[in-house]
Ligand binder design. Structure first.
Ligand code: NAP
Ligand code: MG
Length: 400
């Protein structure tokens, strides 16, 4: 069979540890036999980030800007222990943070549902998509340790030399302080991508912040969403028979748990980080969730929401064959290939992505899966290693 051809390269961002191993296996077993892969390859493995003083991360984001579609492997965000483990020149920033800051936009995360795995929340019947703002707040913070008594103030110095200041706290002893920011432009594009996504999906949009406590910061998010909705989207939502609904984050959490699902829940950056992990785990597994960053100017970066699965990697290094779930990473590739196919008018490429996803679901529904899923599966499940799982998916793809 002739390989499916691509027109424009995908930006390929390789990563670390167990997911780096999965990455190579997925390409070898499930992609290369069917698609003449064209990628602009960037090695975001920690060693190479260190060698390039993290320039490779910036370059990969710029390449995503150039080509429009990227697929990213999970990467280590270094902490003190990693600095020692890898002998790093510096405690490099989170690659996701760097890429998101350059692309801006919103991360949409939705669970991958399979028959045989029921959500832990009994009322949930439909997937809940989390729309996570991908710019600013605690991910672009400035922090300081306070060593003793003294005053902390917020000071704004205008370009015209004007000044605004407000006290933060009068410290009587040691403590900590942090400054965070966001931009009207970023919040507005976050709002627009959520409204567009809701219309595209025909699903209600919920948005929540803590505006009762954060009367200026969080309130700005609420106001901008409402202004943009009233001016630009209210009529389209009415026509589509969907609603936009704002509520406090704690009220949203309670309502989500009681709901049937099926909505898009827009969250600020940190809320979205935490809530997407909770929603994914409640739907089955962190490894059963798709994640895509959509920038306001229409750039797509697909990834898995989980990390580099360090514990499995250390077992792999000892010679074991871990049963690490590759589904989210496969779906990152299929999402990117499908989008490339749509943008380049290559139905064969998009069709391949659809078939591969179906083969993954059919393999699991047929009772072959990794250990994380086997523990939840209703029915008889055969736990296999990652490689065996990929081969089972390949067999399913061949027979379809
Ligand atoms: P993690 O890699 O997501 O793994 C945490 C635990 O969740 C694993 O030990 C495993 O549990 C389970 N798990 C996660 N993904 C799985 C999969 N695909 N299949 C089976 N089980 C899975 O999180 P972490 O251990 O906190 O972080 C490890 C590294 O990843 C860190 O260096 C962090 O900086 C990085 N990270 C990167 C990203 C990203 O690039 N998007 C996101 C988060 C974290 P068991 O061990 O119990 O089987
Ligand atoms: Mg997270």
């Amino acid at each position: 069979m002739a390989l499916i051809q691509m027109k424009t390269p995908l930006v390929e961002m390789d990563g670390d540890e167990m997911t780096r191993i999965l990455w190579a296996d997925i390409k070898e077993i499930l992609l290369a036999p069917y698609v003449e892969l064209k990628t602009a390859y960037y090695d975001l493995g920690l060693k190479h980030r260190d060698e390039t003083l993290d320039q490779v991360t910036v370059d990969s984001a710029l390449a995503a800007r150039k080509y429009g579609v990227a697929v990213k492997c999970a990467t280590i965000t270094p902490n003190a222990q990693r600095v020692e483990e890898y002998g790093l020149k510096q405690m490099w920033k989170s690659p996701n943070g760097t890429i998101r800051a350059l692309l801006d936009g919103t991360v949409f995360r939705a669970p991958i549902l399979v028959r045989g795995i029921r959500p832990s929340v009994r009322t949930w019947e439909k997937p809940i998509t989390i729309a996570r703002h991908a710019y600013g707040d605690v991910y672009r913070n400035a922090e300081m340790k306070i060593d003793g008594p003294g005053r902390v103030e917020l000071v704004f110095t205008g370009a015209d030399g004007s000044e605004k200041r407000t006290p933060v706290f009068d410290f009587k002893g040691p403590g900590i302080v942090q400054g965070i920011h966001n931009l009207d432009s970023s919040i507005s594009s976050f709002a627009r991508s959520c409204f567009n996504y809701a219309l595209d999906r025909g699903q209600d949009l919920w948005f929540s912040t803590k505006d009762t406590i954060s009367k200026t910061y969080d309130h700005r998010f609420k106001d901008l969403f409402q202004e943009i909705f009233d001016k630009e989207y209210s009529a389209a939502f009415q026509k589509a028979g969907i609603t936009y609904f704002y509520t406090l984050i704690d009220d949203a959490v309670a309502r989500i748990i009681r709901s049937k699902g099926g909505m898009i829940w827009a969250c600020k950056n940190y809320d979205g980080d935490v809530m997407s992990d909770m929603v994914a785990t409640a739907f089955g597994s962190l490894a059963m969730m798709t994640s895509v960053l959509v920038s306001p100017d229409g750039i797509f970066e697909y990834e898995a929401a989980h990390g580099t699965v360090t514990r499995h990697y250390y077992r792999y290094l000892k010679g074991e064959s871990p049963s690490t779930n590759p589904v989210a990473t496969i779906f990152a590739w299929t999402g990117a290939l499908r989008k490339r196919g749509e943008l380049d008018s290559l139905p064969a490429l998009s069709g391949f992505a659809d078939r591969l996803e179906k083969a993954v679901l059919a393999t699991i529904e047929g009772g072959v899966m990794t250990g994380d899923l086997a523990a939840l599966f209703e029915g008889s499940a055969r736990t296999v290693s990652t490689k065996e799982f990929l081969q089972a998916v390949r067999a399913c793809l061949e027979s379809a």
